[in-house]
Design a protein around this ligand. Structure first.
Ligand code: ZN
Length: 196
């Protein structure tokens, strides 16, 4: 089955989060936003709009800290027992983190397709990078990683991501792909749960 699930990390970060919401709403596409706790504090209106649109809000830690090797108390402080889904900052996790997630019934969510949009500067580059990976997905099914949050390298510029998301939705729908929420993807993946 041809299906893709869009995920956006490091927000909320209006106005780009809001611009993405407009794109997703235009195409009626569900997505997941893995937000950083300390960025959520000042962004209640945006968070409300994400929720009202029916998107999933996932946990991306309180301060975007790499928790590998961290003691339970530190993991607990950063993940804070909330959310259905967790994405570790930088994709770094170990057995301690997996144990914590199991304890609080939180699902680890990594990705299959990486937009590298924290590094690539134009929508063309991001779309090209995504397209190559989507083309080689095992079962035509994958979770796409993009970022609506600030990037120090790009001075918070996320407009390339917004445009890339729009183009990916348009072109893959035309090729018969369906954009689905995370709950319609096969999770958990065994390869993620082995730890590192
Ligand atoms: Zn991140």
């Amino acid at each position: 089955m041809k299906k893709l699930s869009l995920t956006f990390d490091d927000g909320p970060s209006p106005p780009c989060t809001e611009a993405l919401l407009a794109v997703l709403s235009y195409y009626s596409v569900p997505a997941s936003f893995f937000m950083i706790g300390q960025r959520m504090l000042a962004q209640e209106p945006t968070i409300k709009r994400v929720e009202q649109a029916g998107h999933v809000i996932g946990n991306h830690t309180r301060t975007h800290r790499n928790l590998c090797g961290a003691p339970f108390e530190a993991i607990d402080h950063e993940i804070n027992r909330w959310g259905q889904y967790f994405r570790p900052p930088g994709g770094h996790y170990d057995d301690g983190i997996l144990e914590y997630l199991r304890l609080y019934n939180i699902q680890l969510v990594m990705w299959d397709v990486d937009g590298l949009d924290w590094k690539l500067k134009t929508a063309d580059e991001i779309v090209e990078h995504l397209t190559a990976q989507i083309g080689s997905l095992d079962d035509d099914s994958g979770i796409i990683l993009l970022h609506d949050g600030d990037s120090e390298d790009l001075n918070g510029n996320r407009w390339a991501t917004v445009e890339a998301a729009d183009r990916i939705i348009t072109s893959y729908r035309a090729r018969g792909f369906e954009f689905v929420p995370l709950c319609e993807m096969t999770l958990p993946r065994k390869k993620w749960l082995r730890g590192t």
